[in-house]
Design a protein around this ligand. Structure first.
Ligand SMILES: C[S@@+](CC[C@H](N)C(=O)[O-])C[C@H]1O[C@@H](n2cnc3c(N)ncnc32)[C@H](O)[C@@H]1O
Length: 410
Protein backbone atom coordinates (compact mmCIF):
# COMPACT_ATOMS: atom_id res chain seq x y z
CA UNK A 1 0.00 0.00 0.00
CA UNK A 2 1.43 3.44 -0.93
CA UNK A 3 1.36 6.63 1.15
CA UNK A 4 -1.88 7.61 -0.64
CA UNK A 5 -3.41 4.27 0.38
CA UNK A 6 -3.71 3.31 -3.28
CA UNK A 7 -3.30 -0.34 -4.32
CA UNK A 8 -4.60 -2.70 -6.97
CA UNK A 9 -5.18 -6.41 -6.42
CA UNK A 10 -5.46 -9.64 -8.41
CA UNK A 11 -5.55 -13.31 -7.51
CA UNK A 12 -2.05 -14.55 -6.71
CA UNK A 13 -0.62 -11.09 -6.11
CA UNK A 14 2.21 -11.15 -3.59
CA UNK A 15 2.75 -14.89 -3.78
CA UNK A 16 6.41 -15.76 -4.13
CA UNK A 17 7.64 -16.76 -7.57
CA UNK A 18 10.39 -19.39 -7.64
CA UNK A 19 13.78 -17.91 -8.56
CA UNK A 20 14.54 -18.88 -12.11
CA UNK A 21 10.86 -19.31 -13.07
CA UNK A 22 11.36 -16.65 -15.71
CA UNK A 23 14.91 -17.45 -16.74
CA UNK A 24 18.31 -17.79 -15.09
CA UNK A 25 20.24 -15.04 -13.33
CA UNK A 26 21.93 -12.85 -15.93
CA UNK A 27 25.47 -13.67 -16.95
CA UNK A 28 27.74 -11.54 -19.05
CA UNK A 29 27.16 -12.06 -22.80
CA UNK A 30 29.56 -9.35 -23.95
CA UNK A 31 31.33 -6.24 -22.71
CA UNK A 32 31.87 -3.17 -24.84
CA UNK A 33 35.02 -1.16 -24.36
CA UNK A 34 34.47 2.51 -23.76
CA UNK A 35 34.48 4.53 -26.97
CA UNK A 36 35.10 1.52 -29.20
CA UNK A 37 32.06 2.26 -31.36
CA UNK A 38 31.55 5.96 -30.94
CA UNK A 39 34.68 7.55 -29.55
CA UNK A 40 33.75 11.18 -30.02
CA UNK A 41 30.38 11.06 -28.32
CA UNK A 42 31.35 8.62 -25.60
CA UNK A 43 34.35 10.59 -24.43
CA UNK A 44 32.19 13.67 -23.96
CA UNK A 45 30.52 12.02 -20.98
CA UNK A 46 30.63 13.60 -17.55
CA UNK A 47 30.19 10.35 -15.75
CA UNK A 48 32.14 7.88 -17.86
CA UNK A 49 32.76 4.25 -16.87
CA UNK A 50 35.79 4.12 -14.62
CA UNK A 51 37.11 0.95 -16.12
CA UNK A 52 37.03 1.78 -19.79
CA UNK A 53 33.73 -0.08 -20.31
CA UNK A 54 30.78 1.69 -21.94
CA UNK A 55 28.27 -1.13 -22.11
CA UNK A 56 27.38 -4.73 -21.29
CA UNK A 57 24.97 -7.29 -22.68
CA UNK A 58 23.65 -9.75 -20.11
CA UNK A 59 21.90 -13.04 -20.94
CA UNK A 60 19.19 -14.07 -18.48
CA UNK A 61 16.20 -12.72 -16.60
CA UNK A 62 16.23 -8.92 -16.36
CA UNK A 63 14.22 -9.22 -13.16
CA UNK A 64 17.29 -10.80 -11.53
CA UNK A 65 19.78 -8.14 -12.66
CA UNK A 66 20.84 -7.43 -9.08
CA UNK A 67 22.45 -10.90 -9.02
CA UNK A 68 24.85 -9.60 -11.69
CA UNK A 69 25.64 -6.44 -9.69
CA UNK A 70 29.06 -7.66 -8.44
CA UNK A 71 30.16 -8.35 -12.03
CA UNK A 72 28.78 -5.04 -13.26
CA UNK A 73 30.40 -3.17 -10.36
CA UNK A 74 33.71 -4.68 -11.41
CA UNK A 75 33.18 -3.11 -14.83
CA UNK A 76 32.15 0.30 -13.47
CA UNK A 77 28.55 -0.29 -14.56
CA UNK A 78 26.84 -1.03 -11.24
CA UNK A 79 23.21 -0.08 -11.90
CA UNK A 80 21.88 -0.16 -8.33
CA UNK A 81 20.48 3.29 -7.43
CA UNK A 82 22.54 4.80 -10.23
CA UNK A 83 20.67 4.36 -13.54
CA UNK A 84 19.40 7.63 -15.02
CA UNK A 85 17.01 5.82 -17.37
CA UNK A 86 15.41 2.38 -17.10
CA UNK A 87 13.53 1.41 -20.25
CA UNK A 88 11.09 -1.52 -20.13
CA UNK A 89 9.65 -2.96 -23.34
CA UNK A 90 8.25 -6.29 -22.14
CA UNK A 91 6.09 -8.73 -24.09
CA UNK A 92 2.78 -6.82 -24.36
CA UNK A 93 0.66 -9.87 -23.49
CA UNK A 94 -1.49 -9.59 -26.62
CA UNK A 95 -1.68 -13.34 -27.12
CA UNK A 96 0.88 -13.63 -29.95
CA UNK A 97 4.05 -15.62 -30.34
CA UNK A 98 7.15 -14.10 -31.89
CA UNK A 99 10.45 -15.51 -33.10
CA UNK A 100 12.14 -15.61 -29.76
CA UNK A 101 9.42 -15.22 -27.14
CA UNK A 102 5.79 -15.87 -26.27
CA UNK A 103 3.31 -13.13 -25.54
CA UNK A 104 0.45 -15.00 -23.97
CA UNK A 105 0.85 -15.34 -20.21
CA UNK A 106 -2.29 -15.63 -18.05
CA UNK A 107 -3.15 -12.03 -17.12
CA UNK A 108 -2.61 -12.43 -13.39
CA UNK A 109 0.78 -14.08 -13.87
CA UNK A 110 1.79 -11.36 -16.33
CA UNK A 111 0.87 -8.64 -13.82
CA UNK A 112 2.90 -10.36 -11.11
CA UNK A 113 5.82 -10.58 -13.56
CA UNK A 114 5.53 -6.89 -14.49
CA UNK A 115 5.15 -5.73 -10.90
CA UNK A 116 8.40 -7.49 -9.98
CA UNK A 117 10.23 -5.70 -12.81
CA UNK A 118 8.77 -2.31 -11.93
CA UNK A 119 10.12 -2.78 -8.42
CA UNK A 120 13.52 -3.77 -9.86
CA UNK A 121 13.48 -0.63 -12.04
CA UNK A 122 12.65 1.46 -8.96
CA UNK A 123 15.68 0.00 -7.15
CA UNK A 124 18.01 0.62 -10.09
CA UNK A 125 17.13 4.27 -10.61
CA UNK A 126 19.15 7.20 -9.30
CA UNK A 127 17.16 9.95 -7.55
CA UNK A 128 17.33 12.00 -10.77
CA UNK A 129 16.23 9.10 -12.98
CA UNK A 130 13.03 8.02 -14.71
CA UNK A 131 11.41 4.79 -15.84
CA UNK A 132 9.84 4.50 -19.31
CA UNK A 133 7.42 1.58 -19.78
CA UNK A 134 6.40 0.67 -23.33
CA UNK A 135 3.14 -1.27 -23.83
CA UNK A 136 -0.02 -1.09 -25.86
CA UNK A 137 -3.67 -0.83 -24.89
CA UNK A 138 -3.95 -4.53 -23.99
CA UNK A 139 -2.47 -4.00 -20.52
CA UNK A 140 -1.37 -0.35 -20.25
CA UNK A 141 -4.27 0.77 -18.04
CA UNK A 142 -3.55 -1.91 -15.44
CA UNK A 143 0.17 -1.10 -15.50
CA UNK A 144 -0.57 2.62 -15.03
CA UNK A 145 -2.26 1.66 -11.75
CA UNK A 146 0.77 -0.43 -10.77
CA UNK A 147 3.13 2.41 -11.66
CA UNK A 148 1.07 4.75 -9.48
CA UNK A 149 1.48 2.28 -6.66
CA UNK A 150 5.18 1.42 -7.07
CA UNK A 151 6.48 4.89 -8.01
CA UNK A 152 3.74 7.06 -6.45
CA UNK A 153 0.93 9.03 -8.11
CA UNK A 154 2.97 12.23 -7.70
CA UNK A 155 5.82 10.68 -9.74
CA UNK A 156 3.74 10.52 -12.91
CA UNK A 157 5.34 12.45 -15.77
CA UNK A 158 3.53 11.42 -18.98
CA UNK A 159 1.48 8.77 -20.70
CA UNK A 160 2.64 9.21 -24.29
CA UNK A 161 0.94 7.89 -27.41
CA UNK A 162 3.50 6.59 -29.91
CA UNK A 163 2.36 5.86 -33.45
CA UNK A 164 3.92 2.47 -34.16
CA UNK A 165 1.97 1.38 -37.24
CA UNK A 166 0.83 4.33 -39.40
CA UNK A 167 -1.18 2.07 -41.74
CA UNK A 168 -3.04 0.44 -38.85
CA UNK A 169 -3.29 -3.31 -38.23
CA UNK A 170 -6.18 -4.15 -40.60
CA UNK A 171 -6.37 -7.67 -39.16
CA UNK A 172 -7.46 -6.31 -35.76
CA UNK A 173 -11.07 -7.16 -34.89
CA UNK A 174 -12.73 -3.73 -34.62
CA UNK A 175 -10.28 -0.86 -35.06
CA UNK A 176 -6.92 -0.91 -36.85
CA UNK A 177 -4.41 -0.61 -34.00
CA UNK A 178 -1.76 1.95 -34.78
CA UNK A 179 -0.25 3.18 -31.51
CA UNK A 180 1.66 2.14 -28.41
CA UNK A 181 1.67 3.67 -24.94
CA UNK A 182 4.85 4.93 -23.30
CA UNK A 183 4.38 5.63 -19.60
CA UNK A 184 6.96 7.78 -17.83
CA UNK A 185 7.45 8.06 -14.05
CA UNK A 186 10.14 9.77 -11.99
CA UNK A 187 12.08 7.96 -9.26
CA UNK A 188 11.75 11.15 -7.24
CA UNK A 189 9.53 13.93 -8.64
CA UNK A 190 11.47 16.58 -6.68
CA UNK A 191 14.85 15.59 -8.12
CA UNK A 192 14.14 14.13 -11.54
CA UNK A 193 16.24 15.47 -14.43
CA UNK A 194 14.35 15.15 -17.69
CA UNK A 195 13.92 17.38 -20.76
CA UNK A 196 10.42 17.70 -22.17
CA UNK A 197 11.63 19.48 -25.30
CA UNK A 198 14.04 19.20 -28.20
CA UNK A 199 15.52 21.64 -30.69
CA UNK A 200 14.12 19.67 -33.65
CA UNK A 201 10.56 20.40 -32.46
CA UNK A 202 11.11 24.14 -33.00
CA UNK A 203 9.72 25.19 -36.39
CA UNK A 204 11.92 27.98 -37.87
CA UNK A 205 8.99 29.23 -39.99
CA UNK A 206 7.26 30.22 -36.73
CA UNK A 207 9.90 33.02 -36.50
CA UNK A 208 9.22 35.09 -39.66
CA UNK A 209 10.92 38.41 -38.75
CA UNK A 210 14.66 39.17 -38.81
CA UNK A 211 16.31 41.60 -36.37
CA UNK A 212 19.33 43.89 -36.91
CA UNK A 213 21.69 41.05 -35.90
CA UNK A 214 20.19 38.72 -38.52
CA UNK A 215 18.41 36.58 -35.88
CA UNK A 216 14.87 35.39 -36.72
CA UNK A 217 12.16 36.29 -34.25
CA UNK A 218 8.42 36.27 -33.75
CA UNK A 219 6.16 38.72 -31.95
CA UNK A 220 4.29 37.39 -28.93
CA UNK A 221 1.65 39.52 -27.18
CA UNK A 222 3.06 40.77 -23.88
CA UNK A 223 -0.50 40.62 -22.61
CA UNK A 224 -1.37 37.42 -20.76
CA UNK A 225 -3.98 35.84 -23.05
CA UNK A 226 -5.28 33.50 -20.32
CA UNK A 227 -8.48 35.05 -18.96
CA UNK A 228 -7.87 33.53 -15.54
CA UNK A 229 -5.24 36.22 -15.11
CA UNK A 230 -6.76 39.70 -14.85
CA UNK A 231 -6.29 42.82 -12.67
CA UNK A 232 -8.44 41.23 -9.94
CA UNK A 233 -6.50 37.90 -9.74
CA UNK A 234 -3.01 39.32 -10.49
CA UNK A 235 -3.01 43.03 -9.54
CA UNK A 236 0.80 43.40 -9.62
CA UNK A 237 0.92 42.54 -13.31
CA UNK A 238 -1.20 45.46 -14.47
CA UNK A 239 0.61 48.77 -15.03
CA UNK A 240 0.91 51.17 -17.98
CA UNK A 241 3.71 50.96 -20.54
CA UNK A 242 4.52 53.75 -23.01
CA UNK A 243 5.23 53.29 -26.69
CA UNK A 244 5.46 54.70 -30.19
CA UNK A 245 3.74 52.47 -32.76
CA UNK A 246 5.60 54.21 -35.62
CA UNK A 247 9.14 53.47 -34.37
CA UNK A 248 8.22 50.45 -32.20
CA UNK A 249 9.99 51.98 -29.16
CA UNK A 250 8.66 50.97 -25.70
CA UNK A 251 9.44 52.59 -22.30
CA UNK A 252 8.44 51.75 -18.76
CA UNK A 253 8.19 55.44 -17.78
CA UNK A 254 6.26 58.22 -19.56
CA UNK A 255 8.21 60.24 -22.12
CA UNK A 256 7.29 62.92 -24.72
CA UNK A 257 5.81 61.42 -27.90
CA UNK A 258 4.97 58.04 -26.32
CA UNK A 259 1.36 56.90 -25.85
CA UNK A 260 0.22 55.10 -22.72
CA UNK A 261 -0.64 51.42 -23.32
CA UNK A 262 -2.48 49.27 -20.78
CA UNK A 263 -3.13 45.55 -21.24
CA UNK A 264 -6.61 44.72 -22.57
CA UNK A 265 -8.33 41.65 -24.01
CA UNK A 266 -9.77 41.76 -27.55
CA UNK A 267 -13.10 43.03 -26.17
CA UNK A 268 -11.20 45.85 -24.38
CA UNK A 269 -11.81 44.43 -20.88
CA UNK A 270 -8.75 44.98 -18.64
CA UNK A 271 -6.02 42.31 -18.79
CA UNK A 272 -2.51 41.93 -17.28
CA UNK A 273 0.99 41.68 -18.74
CA UNK A 274 3.06 38.44 -18.62
CA UNK A 275 6.10 40.31 -17.23
CA UNK A 276 6.41 42.23 -13.99
CA UNK A 277 7.35 45.92 -14.20
CA UNK A 278 10.94 45.03 -13.13
CA UNK A 279 11.30 42.45 -15.91
CA UNK A 280 9.84 44.90 -18.44
CA UNK A 281 12.42 47.50 -17.31
CA UNK A 282 15.30 44.97 -17.57
CA UNK A 283 14.23 43.63 -20.97
CA UNK A 284 12.69 46.75 -22.49
CA UNK A 285 14.86 46.22 -25.60
CA UNK A 286 12.91 43.01 -26.33
CA UNK A 287 9.59 44.91 -26.44
CA UNK A 288 7.96 46.37 -29.55
CA UNK A 289 5.01 48.79 -29.84
CA UNK A 290 2.54 48.12 -32.66
CA UNK A 291 -0.87 49.26 -33.89
CA UNK A 292 -3.24 46.32 -34.23
CA UNK A 293 -6.66 45.87 -35.83
CA UNK A 294 -8.50 44.18 -32.98
CA UNK A 295 -12.09 42.96 -32.68
CA UNK A 296 -13.01 46.35 -31.23
CA UNK A 297 -11.13 48.48 -33.80
CA UNK A 298 -7.57 49.80 -34.06
CA UNK A 299 -5.54 50.08 -30.88
CA UNK A 300 -1.91 50.26 -29.76
CA UNK A 301 -0.40 47.18 -28.09
CA UNK A 302 2.97 45.89 -26.85
CA UNK A 303 4.67 42.70 -28.06
CA UNK A 304 7.69 40.67 -26.99
CA UNK A 305 10.37 40.02 -29.61
CA UNK A 306 10.92 36.26 -29.13
CA UNK A 307 14.17 35.18 -30.83
CA UNK A 308 14.98 31.83 -32.45
CA UNK A 309 18.39 31.46 -30.85
CA UNK A 310 20.76 28.47 -30.93
CA UNK A 311 19.93 25.87 -28.28
CA UNK A 312 16.25 26.81 -28.24
CA UNK A 313 14.00 23.82 -27.51
CA UNK A 314 10.27 23.31 -27.79
CA UNK A 315 8.22 21.04 -25.58
CA UNK A 316 7.19 17.86 -27.31
CA UNK A 317 3.55 16.99 -27.64
CA UNK A 318 2.29 13.86 -25.92
CA UNK A 319 1.51 12.23 -29.28
CA UNK A 320 4.66 11.08 -31.08
CA UNK A 321 4.12 10.46 -34.79
CA UNK A 322 5.96 7.80 -36.80
CA UNK A 323 7.29 10.49 -39.12
CA UNK A 324 9.27 11.81 -36.11
CA UNK A 325 10.22 8.62 -34.26
CA UNK A 326 9.88 5.80 -36.81
CA UNK A 327 7.59 2.78 -36.72
CA UNK A 328 7.89 -0.98 -36.41
CA UNK A 329 8.56 -1.05 -40.18
CA UNK A 330 11.40 1.47 -39.98
CA UNK A 331 12.74 -0.41 -36.94
CA UNK A 332 12.95 -3.58 -39.02
CA UNK A 333 14.71 -1.55 -41.71
CA UNK A 334 17.17 -0.35 -39.00
CA UNK A 335 17.91 -4.00 -38.28
CA UNK A 336 18.35 -4.96 -41.92
CA UNK A 337 20.67 -1.96 -42.39
CA UNK A 338 22.87 -3.51 -39.69
CA UNK A 339 22.85 -6.80 -41.65
CA UNK A 340 20.55 -8.53 -39.14
CA UNK A 341 17.12 -10.09 -39.61
CA UNK A 342 14.82 -12.38 -37.67
CA UNK A 343 13.42 -10.19 -34.88
CA UNK A 344 9.86 -9.01 -35.47
CA UNK A 345 9.24 -6.50 -32.67
CA UNK A 346 12.21 -4.10 -32.57
CA UNK A 347 11.83 -0.48 -31.55
CA UNK A 348 13.02 2.17 -34.02
CA UNK A 349 16.38 3.79 -33.35
CA UNK A 350 14.90 7.28 -33.80
CA UNK A 351 12.49 6.61 -30.93
CA UNK A 352 15.19 5.23 -28.67
CA UNK A 353 17.46 8.20 -29.43
CA UNK A 354 14.68 10.61 -28.50
CA UNK A 355 13.94 8.82 -25.21
CA UNK A 356 17.61 8.58 -24.26
CA UNK A 357 18.29 12.23 -25.13
CA UNK A 358 15.30 13.46 -23.13
CA UNK A 359 15.98 11.33 -20.06
CA UNK A 360 19.79 11.25 -19.77
CA UNK A 361 23.07 13.01 -20.54
CA UNK A 362 26.32 11.72 -22.01
CA UNK A 363 28.07 9.40 -19.54
CA UNK A 364 24.81 8.54 -17.69
CA UNK A 365 23.79 4.93 -17.23
CA UNK A 366 20.87 3.54 -19.28
CA UNK A 367 19.39 0.12 -18.43
CA UNK A 368 17.03 -2.04 -20.52
CA UNK A 369 15.63 -5.19 -18.86
CA UNK A 370 14.02 -6.54 -22.11
CA UNK A 371 16.75 -5.94 -24.66
CA UNK A 372 15.37 -7.85 -27.69
CA UNK A 373 17.23 -6.76 -30.81
CA UNK A 374 19.25 -4.18 -28.86
CA UNK A 375 17.80 -0.87 -30.14
CA UNK A 376 18.41 0.68 -26.70
CA UNK A 377 22.02 -0.52 -26.64
CA UNK A 378 22.76 0.84 -30.12
CA UNK A 379 21.17 4.24 -29.44
CA UNK A 380 22.79 4.55 -25.99
CA UNK A 381 26.20 3.63 -27.40
CA UNK A 382 25.87 6.13 -30.27
CA UNK A 383 24.84 8.89 -27.84
CA UNK A 384 27.79 8.32 -25.50
CA UNK A 385 25.81 6.87 -22.60
CA UNK A 386 26.93 3.92 -20.50
CA UNK A 387 24.48 1.07 -20.82
CA UNK A 388 23.46 -2.37 -19.56
CA UNK A 389 20.88 -4.47 -21.43
CA UNK A 390 19.45 -7.86 -20.43
CA UNK A 391 17.83 -10.39 -22.76
CA UNK A 392 16.44 -13.74 -21.62
CA UNK A 393 16.70 -15.57 -24.94
CA UNK A 394 20.29 -16.63 -25.73
CA UNK A 395 19.42 -17.20 -29.41
CA UNK A 396 18.22 -13.57 -29.74
CA UNK A 397 21.46 -12.40 -28.12
CA UNK A 398 23.63 -14.59 -30.35
CA UNK A 399 21.78 -14.13 -33.65
CA UNK A 400 20.48 -10.56 -33.41
CA UNK A 401 21.73 -8.41 -30.55
CA UNK A 402 25.46 -9.10 -30.67
CA UNK A 403 25.77 -9.10 -34.47
CA UNK A 404 23.92 -5.78 -34.46
CA UNK A 405 26.42 -4.36 -32.02
CA UNK A 406 29.22 -5.77 -34.12
CA UNK A 407 30.44 -8.24 -31.53
CA UNK A 408 30.55 -11.98 -30.97
CA UNK A 409 29.67 -13.73 -27.69
CA UNK A 410 32.17 -13.16 -24.88
C1 LIG B 1 9.08 -6.45 -27.01
S1 LIG B 1 10.59 -7.26 -27.08
C2 LIG B 1 11.74 -5.98 -26.80
C3 LIG B 1 12.19 -5.33 -28.08
C4 LIG B 1 13.31 -4.35 -27.92
N1 LIG B 1 12.92 -3.16 -27.24
C5 LIG B 1 13.91 -4.00 -29.26
O1 LIG B 1 13.98 -2.81 -29.61
O2 LIG B 1 14.29 -4.91 -29.99
C6 LIG B 1 10.65 -8.12 -25.53
C7 LIG B 1 11.93 -8.89 -25.32
O3 LIG B 1 12.03 -9.22 -23.94
C8 LIG B 1 12.59 -10.51 -23.82
N2 LIG B 1 12.22 -10.99 -22.47
C9 LIG B 1 11.05 -11.50 -22.04
N3 LIG B 1 11.10 -11.76 -20.72
C10 LIG B 1 12.33 -11.38 -20.30
C11 LIG B 1 12.98 -11.40 -19.06
N4 LIG B 1 12.38 -11.86 -17.98
N5 LIG B 1 14.24 -10.93 -18.98
C12 LIG B 1 14.88 -10.47 -20.10
N6 LIG B 1 14.31 -10.46 -21.32
C13 LIG B 1 13.05 -10.90 -21.41
C14 LIG B 1 11.99 -11.28 -24.97
O4 LIG B 1 12.77 -12.43 -25.25
C15 LIG B 1 12.02 -10.23 -26.07
O5 LIG B 1 13.23 -10.30 -26.78
Amino acid sequence: MTAEGFAVGWPGRGEPVAPGADGPAPTLGAVFPFGAQSPASAEGGTNSGRFGVSGAVLIGDGGRISEAAPTLTGLGLDPVRSAQLVYLDPPYNRGGSFDGYHDNMPRHDWLTYIEARLRVAHDLLADTGSVWVHLDDAEAHRVRCLLDEVFGVESFIADLTVESNPKGRQLDRYFAGSHDRLMVYARDPEQVVLEGGIAAAVNPSDFPHVDADGVNYRLLPLRNTNKRFNPRTTPTMTYPLYGDPETGVVAVDPAPGLVEVSPVFGDLTPAVWRWSRDTARERVGDLVCRTVNGRSGRRVDVYQRDRHEAGRVKKLKTIWLSEEVGSTDTARADLRAAGVDGFRTPKPLALMRRIIELASSPGDLVVDLFAGSGSTAVAARDLGRRWVVVERNPDTVRDVLLPRLGASSA
